[in-house]
Structures are given as structure tokens and as C-alpha cells.
Design a protein around this ligand. Structure first.
Ligand SMILES: O=C(O)CCC(=O)C(=O)O
Length: 261
């Protein structure tokens, strides 16, 4: 099974959802032109980390995100991983991913589980408590958000359900780019899965963000690697590579969960 993935490495206007929403369609249109099955956006691109203004700018119940992306998915007949957006539900705020299929149907919703204290998420956001599991062209997949990749036990838990692709939208700051690459490669190797990491570029008042979005194969090799500019790139992966690796070295079968608690 082959899956073509477009990575939308976008810049984000700080605290300006209208400006950010206005730029989304061109990425989806380019991905469709490049015959992608799915296009993937970075983390919290609707607002950036303008956390103290979330009461005014977070997407209430994700309605705008869902409305815009469902329409784009139908118009371009393409599956969309929305990256993540700041959402408001009741009086709480979340960092939320939506997965929408090529017919505009919502497949899954995920709220970031591990909140990132260094960028004050823990002061403003409520953490999620559910897994994200869905299929891309019939292939089991999962998704986390940015800081979540520092918790291998969480990605392992998500991968135990036969997942073959792990999606990782991010706003990963420039000083820690070597860690971004190493952690993503490790998660790919240990879970014998493809990893799709999509980071933003540009800057906000406190941080610069390093891009270097990447698609990594189950052996830890980069099959797509972006620089530091805003751009969309596309790659086709062959999911059979996960069967080959898992057949050659049966890590999942060799686990000793009886020792892990
Ligand atoms: O873990 C890191 O170094 C970066 C995490 C991050 O930027 C985030 O979760 O938004």
C-alpha cells in the first residue's frame, strides 16, 4: 500500500486566526495538485502561542476549523490532518487535532496529552486524556502533538494497536532542533513505523521555530526533509516497509510487558 503525504511547513501569524485561516487553502490546493492522499499542518497554527488571549481567539468548539477543512477536503478530495489548533470548549482551552477524510467526514479528535510548561501551556490549557487512532487509506495510524514525543511510553501505547504511521504536528523551537530529529527517528525505529513530523517556521515574541519537517521510515531514515522556509513538500511512502522491518526483527512480539509495570 502506497500513501502520498504532503507536509505543509507554514509560518504562523501570532494571535491572528483570520490571517492564518486565509493562508490554508493554498497549501491544500498544492497538495491536491501533487496528488497527495493526505496533507498535514503544524501545531496550533490558528493562533500561535498567544495563550493569554485564547478567550478571544481560540476556536470555539473547533467550529471554524471543522467548517473550513471539511469544505476543503470535499473541494479537493483530499484527507486532512489539521495539525492542531487552539480550541475553547466550555471555559477550558485545548490544543486540538482533527482528522478529516477526503469526503469531509471527521474521523477523530485529539487533545494534546502532555502540556509543555516551558511554553506555559500548563498555565492555560487542559490536557487531553484520549488516544488518537484512525486510518489513512485503510492503514492504521495515530497522532500526537509536539512535546508528546518526549514520552516514548505514550507513543508505544498508541502503536500497540498495529499503527503504521505516527503524525507529529509541532511548534518546535530552533535551539532544540537536534533533539527534534533524534526523538522523531527514535520513535520511528522503536515503533517500526513511519513518522511524519510537521514543524512551523518563523518566530513569535518569545521563540524562533526551526522547520525541518520530516518523514522518517521505520529504519530511521529520512525520506523527506525540509529546510527552514515556509513550503509544502510531498512524498510517497510504501507501508509494506513496516511489514518487512517487523518481520525481520519482531520487536512487538519480543516485548516483555510483564516486566514493564
Ligand atoms: O519538547 C520540546 O523541546 C518542544 C516542545 C514544544 O515546543 C511544544 O510542545 O510545543
Amino acid at each position: 500500500m502506497k500513501i502520498t503525504i504532503s507536509v505543509a511547513q507554514m509560518d504562523v501569524s501570532f494571535g491572528k486566526p483570520a490571517e492564518n485561516f486565509a493562508r490554508i487553502e493554498s497549501f491544500v490546493a498544492q497538495a491536491a495538485t501533487e496528488q497527495a492522499d493526505i496533507v498535514v499542518f503544524p501545531e496550533m497554527w490558528n493562533t500561535g502561542y498567544d495563550l493569554s488571549r485564547f478567550n478571544d481567539i481560540a476556536d470555539v468548539n473547533g467550529l471554524q476549523t471543522l467548517h473550513v477543512f471539511k469544505a476543503l477536503a470535499q473541494k479537493y478530495h483530499i484527507m486532512i490532518h489539521t495539525g492542531s489548533v487552539a480550541t475553547k470548549r466550555g471555559n477550558q482551552f485545548f490544543n486540538t487535532t482533527y482528522i478529516i477524510d477526503e469526503n469531509g467526514e471527521l474521523l477523530s479528535t485529539y487533545d494534546k496529552v502532555h502540556l509543555f510548561g516551558l511554553m506555559h501551556e500548563d498555565e492555560f490549557l487542559t490536557p487531553g486524556s484520549k488516544k488518537d487512532q484512525f486510518e489513512v487509506k485503510g492503514v492504521p495510524a495515530t497522532s500526537v502533538i509536539c512535546y508528546d514525543i518526549r514520552f516514548p511510553e505514550w507513543l508505544r501505547t498508541l502503536s500497540l494497536n498495529d499503527s503504521r504511521i505516527i503524525f507529529v504536528p509541532a511548534e518546535w523551537p530552533t535551539p532544540r532542533m537536534p533533539q527534534w530529529r533524534t526523538l522523531l527517528a527514535a520513535r520511528a525505529i522503536e515503533n517500526q513505523s513511519f513518522v511524519v513530523g510537521v514543524n512551523r517556521v518563523g518566530a513569535d515574541p518569545e521563540n524562533r521555530f526551526g522547520g525541518n519537517s520530516v518523514v522518517i521510515d521505520p529504519l530511521g531514515n529520512n525520506v523527506l526533509y525540509l529546510g527552514h522556509e515556509e513550503e509544502l513538500k510531498t512524498v510517497t511512502i510504501d507501508i509494506n516497509a513496516t511489514d518487512k522491518v517487523r518481520g525481520f526483527m519482531p520487536v512487538f512480539a519480543d516485548r516483555r510487558p510483564d516486566l514493564y509495570e
